[in-house]
Design a binder for this molecule. Structure first.
Ligand code: BG6
Length: 467
């Protein structure tokens, strides 16, 4: 007997900028990524999403492949500037039609849509006109965008997520400067992040006021932090890292408040987050229905008196990453006994059980969807076949880790590997592949099923019994 419930949603995920292409088609406005990725030195070898996997033009072919795979659900994101070219005001009906057609095509094949409203592609006009996430005005703009999505799609979409991985687009966008708008300032990062939580709460409030039938959640990445040793200074550094990386991002949407100690520290050090009247109540009254959990790796943490900086391996040359850290607080270090990908991400399936159970422990039995999980690799091609056995091994182990958590009592309702199809990795180009479907960039973006495609088909068919 499978431990997965009968109605478990076996799915796969993508995001608009990474898969759609057609960056200026049919009235779409420019996003921050359309602009940023064209600036010299910002992405791996200057790669961008102008064409990506051309999913915008080939979505019917792609949905047919999803149906062949047996997917029960598909997680995708909507590109805000495709709907509102300048972020607010006039609606681009052609953009609405694209998603409407995609949703119809999914439903025609019995595939349940899970819609993410924001997976990092902000209308550039909102960056230019109001200052993006740093501006309080963004809350109204986001609420207007969310309202339009509910009006047009809630007759067919039942699973909604507001934001994808707030830690990444706020920390990379405003703290390390690796994502747009390329700012490096903790104070600005923290206030931008606050506006995301408030925008989320407002979108949840509107969802409920409008009586939308469905569930609304928030997607966070979680990399459980473990201390590199049992020395008190490493354990303490690790607790602090867990607070910053995890509690800061889960508490506001699941408890309706920031972790008190960290909030006090941040306000004392930087004067932010600054609350507007009503913010605390808004957060408190709009706890979300589920959490989307993205899991790839864990982090080993050590006390840190020396490392100050953030330089990631974006080339896929194993070992080229450097130690990352915030001096005086903590650093992320390599596990001497760990297994690592070519991008220096630790492969640690037990960490997924751990991540799920840490959520359970802190927030109770909240419904969880694993909204991303996968192996980024340069897949071997042998006689024209894409033999991605390492991906199969990775996913199998993580599905087992999910089953473990269900056995321990967690309410996990779906599993969406990243990604359905090969797509653009924001900073790592097209060579870091995650998909079940290969995209041949030398041959007009032709689709080809990988070895993992047949394997996942069996997993779904047997509800996770045949791994
Ligand atoms: C998550 C994002 O952070 O991880 C995805 O939600 C992203 O958009 C994925 O592609 C994998 O990260 P990367 O850097 O390997 O592409």
């Amino acid at each position: 007997m499978s431990v997965f419930p009968q109605d478990f949603l076996w799915g796969a995920a993508t995001a608009a900028y990474q898969v759609e292409g057609a960056h200026d088609a049919d009235g779409k406005g420019l996003s921050n990524w359309d602009v940023y990725s064209h600036l010299p030195g910002t992405t791996y070898m200057g790669t961008n999403g102008d064409v990506a996997a051309d999913h915008y033009n080939r979505f019917k072919e792609d949905v047919a492949l999803m149906a062949e795979l047996g997917m029960k659900s598909y997680r995708f994101s909507v590109s805000w500037p495709r709907i509102f070219p300048t972020g607010r005001g006039e609606v681009n009906e052609a953009g609405v039609k694209f998603y409407s057609d995609l949703i119809d095509e999914l439903l025609k094949h019995g595939i349940e849509p899970m819609l993410t409203m924001y997976h990092w592609d902000l209308p550039q006009a909102l960056q230019d006109e109001i200052g993006g996430w740093e501006s309080r005005e963004i809350v109204d703009a986001f609420e207007g965008y969310a309202r339009l999505l509910y009006e047009r799609f809630s007759d067919r979409v039942k699973l909604w997520a507001t934001f994808n991985e707030t830690i990444v687009f706020t920390a990379f966008g405003y703290l390390t400067g690796m994502h747009p708008p390329g700012v490096k300032d903790p104070k600005r990062a923290i206030q931008a992040c606050h506006h995301v939580f408030i925008s989320h709460a407002r979108a949840v409030e509107t969802f409920r006021k409008m009586g939308v039938q469905g569930q609304i959640g928030f997607v966070n990445v979680m990399q459980p932090n473990d201390p590199i040793s049992d020395k008190p200074e490493d354990v303490k550094a690790c607790e602090f890292a867990e607070g910053c990386f995890t509690h800061w991002f889960f508490d506001p949407v699941l408890k309706g408040e920031y972790p008190a100690e960290l909030l006090a520290m941040s306000q004392a050090a930087f004067g932010v987050p600054a609350f507007a009247p009503g913010d605390a109540e808004l957060l408190k009254n709009n706890i979300c229905d589920f959490i989307g959990l993205n899991y790839y790796k864990r982090e080993m943490i050590a006390a840190n008196l020396d490392v100050d900086g953030f330089a990631m391996n974006t080339s896929g040359q194993k070992g080229s990453g450097q130690e990352l850290g915030f001096k005086g607080l903590f650093k992320m270090v390599r596990n001497p006994n760990g297994r690592y990908t070519d991008w220096d991400w630790e492969i640690y399936p037990e960490g997924l059980t751990d991540a799920i159970m840490r959520i359970n422990k802190r927030y109770g039995k909240v419904p969880i969807y694993i909204t991303e999980n996968g192996l980024g690799a340069k897949d071997p091609i042998v006689n024209g076949e894409v033999l991605d056995q390492p991906r199969i091994d990775y996913l199998r182990d993580h599905i087992q880790a999910t089953a473990e958590a269900i056995k321990l009592g967690a309410d996990v309702r779906g599993y969406y590997p990243w990604s359905f199809i090969d797509l653009l990795s924001w900073l790592n180009g097209y060579q870091k592949q995650y998909g079940f479907v290969y995209v041949d960039h030398e041959n007009n973006l032709a689709r080809k099923k990988k070895l993992s495609f047949g394997w996942y088909q069996d997993v779904i068919r047997t509800n996770g019994e045949k791994l």
